[in-house]
Design a protein. Structure first.
Length: 286
């Protein structure tokens, strides 16, 4: 279902390493005219094991205060709320995502690690299980390139395309809609479908510079390579099966390997979209 009118952009804060998340989340919140909600989970058991019980709590409060200050510096007029919750981060964020407009977290060092990433990693679990779109922020700032969105013709990929149009509008950036197809597919016909779909969603945002690109190859490899020059990459959680608790291979590959921030889109709406190219396809499966 669509997010409530007053739903916030929610940020999961684990440590100082997550402060870059705050800056990008604040920009998203301001662009959407939404409040920013900073959330840190606190473990009392760990606190009692520390030298003093007060020290971990003081550190948690300091983290929230620093994050709030950074958010106000990034977007001075933004409404910012901080909260410290007793419990574990993952289940708390999953639960809170049901009433959030967007959830933002760090990538736990996934980008560029070159290592096998456990499926239990918080960002991966949230991408599969959250009820709202997820922004995964990298530790290195992205280039000022286009907003990239992977489209496969499925209804859920049209939700990602809709989000990408709005994202590009807010950022004043060029939008690159990319469709990856099989080697035996008619690229001209697919390009026409993609152009019609983009026109459907960009109609009220005609000032956004757009480009449609159809490429033959492996969807994950093409999107990851193209994302190296993008300021953000968007993809549906799963193209042909957009249900909860599922994450497609392409979305997972982007999370693991794209150097750009990634938005995994789900939860914006459940009704199937009508219009050109809105049927599920077999080629790209985010």
């Amino acid at each position: 279902m669509a997010a409530p009118a007053d739903a916030a952009v929610l940020v999961g804060l684990g440590s100082d390493l997550d402060l870059p998340v705050v800056e990008q989340a604040a920009q998203e919140a301001a662009g959407q005219d939404r409040p920013l909600h900073l959330l840190h989970t606190f473990d009392w058991q760990a606190a009692f094991a520390a030298d003093t019980v007060a020290a971990p709590r003081d550190q948690a409060e300091e983290l929230i205060a620093r994050a709030a200050q950074l958010a106000h510096q990034t977007e001075p007029g933004l409404t910012v709320r901080g909260e410290i919750v007793e419990g574990s981060m993952l289940p708390t964020l999953i639960r809170r995502s049901a009433s959030s407009f967007l959830l933002a977290v760090g990538d736990s060092g996934m980008a560029g690690s070159g290592q096998c990433i456990p499926a239990e990693t918080t960002a991966v679990q949230l991408a599969a299980r959250a009820d709202c779109p997820l922004l995964v922020v990298r530790r290195e700032p992205p280039p000022q390139g286009p907003v990239l969105v992977g489209v496969d013709g499925s209804p859920s990929s049209h939700l990602a395309l809709r989000w990408a149009v709005r994202c590009a509008t807010r950022r004043g950036a060029r939008l690159l809609a990319l469709r990856v197809v099989e080697y035996d597919e008619d690229t001209d016909a697919v390009a026409e479908q993609l152009g019609e779909a983009l026109a459907q969603h960009a109609d009220q945002h005609s000032t956004v510079p757009t480009e449609c690109r159809v490429v033959r190859g492996d969807p994950a490899e093409v999107l990851i390579d193209t994302s190296r020059n993008a300021q953000v990459a968007l993809v549906a959680a799963r193209g042909d099966e957009p249900g909860r608790a599922m994450l497609g291979a392409v979305a997972q590959s982007l999370l693991y390997h794209s150097p750009a921030p990634v938005v995994v889109v789900r939860g914006l709406a459940e009704a199937p979209l009508s219009g050109p190219g809105a049927r599920p396809t077999r080629d790209q499966r985010p």
